[in-house]
Design a protein around this ligand. Structure first.
Ligand code: ZN
Length: 193
């Protein structure tokens, strides 16, 4: 199918959102554009962070350790960069707390720093509510698609809690429809329902 549009898109290049982490020196200040964070176990494999794809995972087979990482989309107004922010589970607790208080992570302005200048030093995240114009926040990107592009994994091979819920609801409906069909189908040797 070909889709034409009257308006230029927000992101005209179709480029994946670049990945950014907390710098070793200085800080990163940005505002989250996603409603919820997404996270998964990852390996440092082939010189980069890649997701664990259990039950079939090359990195696991090689005995590589894993670490859970969180991902959110965020905008750095200083450089107008819309990017994917990666942080550890410990650092992500501040995001979880913010989302719990506010009902969404979107509009969470955060400042990420490290407790010392080592590249893998513990990350400290401070959050506060975005006070700028709501229209200045870019629309929420599809985080699943952004991660699929980042890791070069087909989006249909990625499962989220929401997708699992939908899948479960569909299987319940399927079971109900099958039961109804069975009830309505005349049985050749039996009485009609
Ligand atoms: Zn793995």
């Amino acid at each position: 199918m070909l889709t034409l549009s009257h308006e230029p898109p927000e992101n005209p290049n179709g480029q994946p959102l670049p990945i950014r982490r907390t710098p070793a020196k200085g800080s990163l200040t940005a505002t989250v554009t996603a409603d919820k964070l997404l996270g998964t176990n990852t390996h440092f494999w082939g010189g980069r962070t890649t997701p664990c794809t259990q039950p079939t995972c090359e990195a696991c087979d090689a005995g590589t350790t894993w670490r859970w990482h969180a991902y959110v989309s965020a905008i750095e107004f200083l450089t107008s960069t819309h990017f994917l922010f990666e942080c550890t589970a410990a650092a992500a607790h501040e995001f979880v707390h913010f989302a719990h208080e506010r009902g969404t992570l979107r509009g969470c302005t955060f400042r990420a720093t490290r407790c010392n200048t080592r590249i893998n030093a513990r990350v400290i995240i401070e959050t506060h509510l975005y006070t700028g114009k709501p229209t200045d926040l870019p629309p929420e990107p599809n985080l699943v698609l952004a991660l699929a592009r980042l890791w070069n994994i087909p989006a249909n091979q990625i499962t989220t809690p929401e997708a699992k819920e939908i899948q479960q609801a569909i299987s319940v409906l399927d079971a109900q429809i099958a039961a109804k069909r069975h009830f309505l189908t005349p049985q050749p040797n039996g009485p009609r329902p």
